[in-house]
Design a protein around this ligand. Sequence first.
Ligand SMILES: [Cu+2]
Length: 148
Amino acid sequence: MNFARTTCVIFIAILGALVLSACGPRAEQGGNLDVTVLSISPEPAAVGDAVITLQVRDIAGNPVSDATILVKGTMTHAGMQPVIVGTEARGAGKYVTEGFRFTMGGDWVIIVRATFANGATAERRIDLKGVQGEIKMGMKSDKPKDGN
Ligand SMILES: [Cu+2]
């Protein structure tokens, strides 16, 4: 019957449009990340092993507990070897770094990269100034300290 056939074609067209829109550009999924540093241990931040505790939320303010969170610590000077570690989820949007280390003193940049359950990713950058300790700029300094 012609009418039924037309109805069917329209139905399929609507279905197709729905599927296409679902696959189209999503509303800024990548920007859907809000990160707060809850604590850095030891406090104040210093050269050596450190544990950074993060609070991760979406833009609506809801805790994000099922994301994979990577933390990259770096500095702005040339030759800096970044420190990249994973985190352990502690529930309610809290994540704790595993094996992070401040390798030199000075101003650090902490980049938090989230991969959400749906595969979308987002990054937030946090400036962390004044990590205590020796400032080394990645150059070899072979001067003997005591002249022995
Ligand atoms: Cu550095």
